[in-house]
Design a protein around this ligand. Structure first.
Ligand code: COA
Length: 334
């Protein structure tokens, strides 16, 4: 796979937002048969944020995007494209147009990408293609999900894992020599689609006609063990492939930023790649698995805390439902 690059890409700024409502492991242990100790030992999660009734991903996405725009010193009208990575839209036809409207970014084309926990990586790679081929200059990518609205709060195997949030990143065109978007790889294994999904279901409601269903969706269903095995085996391969493709050695990686699914996955991937744990970015204990939001949310916090500094090499990988996974290697503001 080769692509023609007419412009480089740089990550200009990030932003993030989480809801106020905090659900601790202790609170969950009053709902299902579990404990703070079990959840923390198996996942690294202590608490997660949940949207209140009436809130949607758009409320979170707008907040995160506005923060990124301010940091980037851009006006909403400067945006050429908005890509909203979400699997929990508040409109099945897509929610990106609502984000465009609420931001006042009326010059921007806007569309959704549905790819669960790989959504931010896939959306960022998509943004980079539009910039690198010379089509657009300023692209906003937002990863936002509210999986709490699709959680079965009686299922202790899944309700402990997920939280809500949004993270935004603004990518901008730069000269080819200053390209900071170094490598990527995207993968899908459709054979395993039912290891983690929110499947369509017929509501059984009577219609005037008998040839059509009224649809709805089930809650999250997951084979935790298989998803764990998949992530730990595929992600190191994907990262190694990307690094090899640009002749960068593992030692040169400054930060490993994986989708925040489970601390044991983060540890196992870092160990397989022989990346010291001090280089692993994680905010999992505070937010749980926020799906498409998790990588930009963790990145934004790491930048705000001045952990990540100019010229740092960041390896980001997302993985999840699909099953999908993807890696991108980025230099932060050279
Ligand atoms: N509290 C207490 N016990 C629980 C529990 C909970 N919240 N959830 C499951 N258990 C029990 C099970 O019922 C089972 O009991 P049994 O042996 O009596 O049947 C036991 O714990 C082991 O269950 P298992 O599902 O095998 O646990 P696990 O060690 O695989 O851990 C996960 C479960 C979900 C933490 C783990 O599989 C995981 O993290 N997988 C990856 C999931 C993920 O990251 N998904 C998102 C990817 S984007």
């Amino acid at each position: 796979m080769r692509s023609l690059i007419t412009q480089g890409v740089k990550l200009l700024a990030t932003g993030s937002a989480v809801p106020d409502l905090c659900i601790t492991n202790q609170i969950i242990s009053n709902i299902v048969d579990t404990s703070d100790e079990w959840i923390f030992d198996r996942t690294g999660i202590r608490e997660r944020r949940i949207v209140s009734k009436g809130q949607s991903i758009i409320d979170l996405a707008v907040k995160a995007a506005n923060k990124a725009l301010i940091k980037a010193h851009l006006e909403p009208l400067d945006l050429d494209l908005i890509i909203l990575a979400t699997s929990t839209p508040n409109d099945l036809f897509g929610s990106a147009s609502q984000l465009q409207l609420r931001l006042g970014a009326l010059q921007a084309a806007a569309f959704d990408i549905t790819a669960a926990c790989s959504g931010f990586i896939i959306a960022s790679v998509t943004a980079a293609q539009f910039i690198q081929n010379g089509t657009y200059s300023n692209v906003l990518v937002v990863g936002a999900d509210v999986l709490s609205q699709w959680t079965n709060w009686s299922d202790r195997r899944t309700c402990i894992l997920f939280g809500d949030g949004a993270g935004a990143a603004i990518f901008q065109a730069t000269s080819v020599v200053n390209n900071n978007f170094l490598a990527f790889q995207l993968n899908t294994d459709g054979k395993q689609y039912n290891q983690l999904n929110i499947s369509y279901k017929n509501t059984q409601q009577k219609q005037k006609v008998d040839f059509s269903d009224i649809g709805s969706f089930d809650s999250i269903s997951m084979n935790g063990r298989e998803v764990y095995k998949f992530a730990v085996s595929k992600i190191p391969q994907s990262i190694q492939f990307c690094l090899d493709s640009v002749h960068i050695s593992i030692e040169k990686v400054d930060w490993l930023l994986l989708h925040q699914a489970n601390i044991r996955i983060l540890n196992a991937v870092a160990k397989r790649l022989m990346i010291p744990y001090a280089k692993v970015i994680s905010n999992l204990s505070k937010y749980g698995n926020t799906s498409a939001a998790s990588i930009p949310l963790a990145l934004d916090e790491a930048i705000e805390e001045a952990k990540v500094s100019c010229g740092d090499l960041i390896v980001m990988s997302g993985f999840g439902a699909g099953l999908t996974w993807g890696t991108l290697i980025l230099k932060w503001q050279d």
